[in-house]
Design a binder for this molecule. Structure first.
Ligand code: NAG
Ligand code: NAG
Ligand code: NAG
Ligand code: NAG
Ligand code: NAG
Ligand code: NAG
Length: 405
């Protein structure tokens, strides 16, 4: 799930002379263990104490908070959870003691001008206990929030809950709960980056990813923590783990950042290895320009299904925003080159950083609404990448500065 980092790193190597690679100062942030989390029974998969990385805001941002869930996938059975429990994704024993804050987490005003300068980096696993493993994500969430409230979160002016990938999904699932902890007069919003995992059949027409989530939800006892309005409205309540079903019930203003050709979803939802045992898709997966016409049509259908799943939100959400682009990427807010750089992806000529910035500052949005002649400036909705559906070889990369292809 961290492929984008490697990809963007190699881009830096390609576009930068060696002496400029590390010319920017990197913001390195220490890990804090939540010492008294055991009082709430909050443990990581392996029983270690949960932790987060905190960098304090300053100046005008002193009372603004950004909480970011890190990505890193999930485990869905005992075997995969046992493996995970021995990694930084399941145990703070292995978690990075120093974390780099960049992109949306950067504290450098020229690299992250619109964003609040107070950041959290959160990570850990999810709810319930077996003899060997702890599934206590909900308690970790509570313990960390309770730890942060007296540190200033409880007195916040503005707060943004965000996350990428699995963390982007967590942002959907915890958004309203987050909002409930903050003062009523605070401005609270949520953002998901690459977390809009689609309930879609794979190319062999199997519900591979739905089964994966079902296993995960039942193993980890997640159902009790899903939105009650959502679970009571669906025949299969576990489906509320998918953002497309949970979204209509989220009351807090939400921003959805996702690629319609999200590479993780392409490789794991649409074309998982189990659905392509002969490897017909291998070349296309490595390089979209090598895809056949049939494969591109299948990718187009996936994109259309994602846009359909977002349509009601696009049309009816009054305070929502979105940036749906067409890069073969996964997670675009955490690395500087996709967040804000000269050649970052753009939709309606806005970088992700600018689009999120506009959405965070409603007064500016009103101004722009008049000037920009968009239906609604809060919504950055990318429809241009494949204007002509028949022109199947016209690949999306390039039209909006996709760095990853
Ligand atoms: C902020 O970023 C700019 C542009 O990359 C860089 O020139 C400057 O040195 C950075 N400032 C700090 C304090 O790192
Ligand atoms: C943990 O300690 C913090 C202060 O360091 C306190 O605010 C919080 O309520 C405590 N949490 C529990 C569960 O005791
Ligand atoms: C919200 O109200 C409290 C209590 O009246 C006040 O202390 C705080 O500064 C207010 N916050 C904002 C963002 O106005
Ligand atoms: C938020 O989540 C915590 C942890 O599960 C729970 O104790 C609390 O009741 C929730 N708050 C609301 C308003 O649902
Ligand atoms: C969820 O259900 C409660 C209680 O029935 C209701 O008050 C609330 O408005 C519902 N929220 C949404 C977003 O439908
Ligand atoms: C796009 O934005 C850039 C910088 O933000 C600006 O220089 C350029 O003129 C804009 N292009 C169009 C077509 O508006």
């Amino acid at each position: 799930m961290k492929v984008h980092k490697i990809v963007s790193f190699s881009m830096i190597l390609l576009t930068c002379a060696p002496w400029c690679i590390f010319s920017e100062e990197r913001l390195l942030v220490n890990m804090n263990l939540v010492g008294n989390a055991s009082a709430l029974g909050a443990y990581c998969l392996d029983g270690s104490l949960p932790a987060y990385h905190l960098h304090r805001g300053f100046g005008a941002g002193a009372r603004n908070w950004l909480l970011q869930f890190e990505g890193g996938g999930w485990c869905n059975d005992i075997q995969s959870c046992l493996v995970r429990a021995k990694t930084r994704r399941g145990s703070t024993r292995y978690m990075n003691k120093l974390e780099v804050f960049s992109g949306i987490l950067s504290n450098n005003a020229s690299l992250n001008p619109d964003l609040v300068l107070k950041a959290e980096h959160l990570y850990c696993a999810y709810v319930k206990q077996t003899s060997l493993l702890y599934f206590r994500g909900q308690r970790i969430w509570k313990a960390i929030i309770h730890d942060l409230l007296p540190k200033g979160l409880g007195n916040a002016k503005k707060a943004l809950l965000s996350g990428c990938s699995a963390g982007g999904l967590a942002s959907f699932l915890h958004c309203d709960n987050f909002s409930s902890y903050l003062p009523r007069n605070a401005s609270v919003k949520c953002l998901s980056d690459a977390g809009f995992f689609l309930d879609e059949r794979d190319i062999s027409l199997k519900h591979t990813f739905r089964s994966f989530y079902e296993d995960l939800v039942s193993l980890q006892g997640v159902e009790q923590n899903l939105d009650k309005n959502c679970t009571s409205s669906l025949y299969n309540p576990n489906q509320c783990f998918f953002p497309q079903y949970a979204l209509p019930f989220i009351r807090t203003p939400f921003f959805i950042l996702n690629s319609a050709y999200d590479v993780f979803q392409f490789h794991n939802i649409l074309v998982p290895t189990s659905a392509d045992i002969h490897g017909h898709w291998n070349r296309c997966k490595l390089n979209p320009a090598a895809c056949t016409t049939i494969q591109i049509n299948i990718l187009q259908e996936f994109r259309n299904d994602m846009l359909s799943a977002l349509r009601l939100f696009y049309m009816y959400s009054r305070r929502g925003g979105m940036f749906i682009n067409s890069c073969f990427a996964h997670c675009q807010s955490e690395s500087q080159d996709t967040w804000l750089a000269a050649n970052s992806p753009r939709v309606h000529n806005k970088t992700i950083s600018e689009a999120v910035g506009d959405w965070l500052r409603p007064k500016l949005q009103v101004k722009l609404k008049i000037n920009a002649k968009l239906v609604n400036i809060e919504k950055y909705f990318f429809q241009e990448s494949l204007k002509n559906k028949d022109d199947t070889k016209y690949l999306p990369a390039g039209t909006d500065n996709c760095l990853s292809t």
